[in-house]
Design a protein around this ligand. Structure first.
Ligand code: ARG
Length: 464
């Protein structure tokens, strides 16, 4: 058996000249993919167990390899493992260490596999548990939002379209809208499990292998549903990476939208939400300032999550099948997006726990901008047998009149209203009441207080 020259690259017999340390550094990924050590060791243990079951390696060798791998895992956990840039990536670092610990028999570990299937097996396992971590953070956020909603069922605010007062809504309804967004995010991450549950292990470099391996066994043991179906596609495919990055991008875009909203709501112009001192930052020159820096941080982070998605799309767009080094960058991108979203979710939850509505200001704002005009139009349709277009026109005349007189709709006298629409009676005045307006939106999914209470119950029952 050829001696393994342990301090040299695996391919040193073929490639005679050593790479410069600079080239090793740029080509290597160990400083990034060392994060996959647990998954890599788990994959290797299952792989050698399968090789033994299939009578490809002996019982003794299998045990020696597993012993060595477990020792390596402990060393890494205790920070006693020195990751070596000379060995390119986590797979090589572990294999090299295995030679050091158990000797030449380590050479059997790479039978019937390649780093090409190994790396995506590791990444898929990592991505499955990371997806669960993201979703549990989303659960926490949904819980926090639900608490805010419960406390604000009867808090009246202006619902906006184009950031202009549109129709009165309950603040709880607004926050329940955010819950819908974050629940969709959760589902979007869960949908990826279909592809994450296909095991790449055993497709080797690109063709599969002539060894009699059992890919169903390794798939099941590593928590996958089944082996992937085409060896070339398997080592070429990074769609699951794109899906993950897309899900993170959408989730961070949702966070950014809420952040932007809170920045606007807490601005001096609006002042309908108060940010506690815990979540604001001062200015180095203007002593009075309390800036919403953290919210701006959340909004800004979409720059890197979207950017990462586009980086990956660009890396893949011109790659013929199958494996290319270009794809090595996927891990740096994925880890960066993951860390960013976890960070954002933590910050976001903390922010939500530290905001409070300025209910008085919210009500005052809702009480401006002729916000109940649509209620008046609806009233005319229901009570004076008008088409909606006719009622819309009459209401516009009334709004024009109120604007000219510098009055709110609710400040108009019935006599004034009658001048524009003689059929109107005193009864119409109730439609200008903000809570009356909210209560009337009983259609499924609407803002009526009753609907909101039912929705809160529904979310609570679903336990996020
Ligand atoms: N570190 C490599 C990567 O992440 C592992 C696969 C290397 N395969 C190869 N044929 N060079 O892509």
């Amino acid at each position: 058996m050829a001696k393994n020259k342990n301090n040299q690259a695996i391919w040193s017999t073929r490639i005679k000249k050593k790479q410069s340390s600079f080239f090793q550094k740029v080509g290597g990924s160990i400083n990034i993919d060392k994060r996959l050590y647990k998954e890599d060791i788990a994959g290797s243990i299952v792989h050698v167990e399968m090789l033994f079951r299939q009578k490809i390696i002996s019982f003794k060798i299998k045990n020696k390899i597993i012993f060595g791998l477990k020792k390596i895992e402990k060393q890494i956990l205790k920070n006693k493992f020195i990751f070596n840039e000379e060995y390119e990536d986590i797979h090589m670092n572990i294999e090299k260490k295995l030679f050091e610990i158990i000797g030449e028999e380590a050479g059997y570990i790479h039978t019937a596999r390649s780093r090409n299937d190994q790396v995506i097996t590791d990444l898929k396992i990592w991505m499955k548990s990371s997806t669960k971590e993201i979703n549990s953070k989303l659960d926490q956020i949904i819980k926090t939002i639900l608490k805010i909603a419960e406390k604000n069922i009867e808090t009246v605010m202006p619902g906006f379209t184009h950031l202009k007062n549109a129709q009165p809504v309950s603040l709880a309804h607004y926050f329940l809208a955010h819950i819908e967004m974050f629940k969709r995010d959760k589902q979007r991450f869960i949908n990826n499990f279909n592809s994450l549950n296909e095991s790449p292990l055993g497709v080797a470099a690109l063709t599969g292998t002539s060894f009699n391996i059992d890919r169903n066994y390794t798939a099941k043991k590593l928590g996958f549903d089944h082996p992937s179906h085409n060896s070339i596609d398997t080592v070429s495919d990074r769609d699951f990476v794109l899906d993950f990055l897309f899900c993170i991008s959408v989730c961070s875009m949702h966070i950014s939208r809420v952040a932007e909203e809170l920045i606007i709501w807490s601005s001096d112009g609006f002042n309908i939400v108060h940010l506690s001192d815990k979540i604001v930052t001062g200015s180095s020159i203007m002593p009075q300032k309390k800036n919403p820096d953290l919210l701006e941080y959340l909004r800004g982070k979409t720059g890197s999550t979207f950017g990462n998605l586009f980086s990956m799309l660009t890396i893949l767009k011109s790659l013929p099948l199958s494996y290319f080094k270009d794809m090595q960058d996927d891990k740096e991108i994925v880890f960066q997006s993951f860390d960013t979203i976890i960070n954002c979710l933590k910050i976001f939850d903390e922010i939500l726990k530290n905001i409070s509505p300025n209910k008085k200001k919210m009500f005052e704002l809702a009480d401006s901008g002729f916000i109940t005009a649509t209620d008046l139009a609806d009233y005319l349709v229901k009570n004076h047998s008008m088409s909606f277009r006719k009622a819309y026109e009459k209401t516009s005349l009334i709004v024009n009149y109120a604007e000219k007189k510098k009055k709110k709709l609710r400040e108009l006298k019935i006599e004034e209203l009658k001048k524009i629409e003689p059929k109107l009676t005193e009864e119409v005045l109730k439609v200008f009441d903000l809570k009356y307006s909210i209560k009337s939106k009983k259609s499924y999914g609407g803002t009526s207080f009753e609907n909101i209470k039912r929705m809160i119950m529904k979310h609570k029952k679903e336990k996020c």
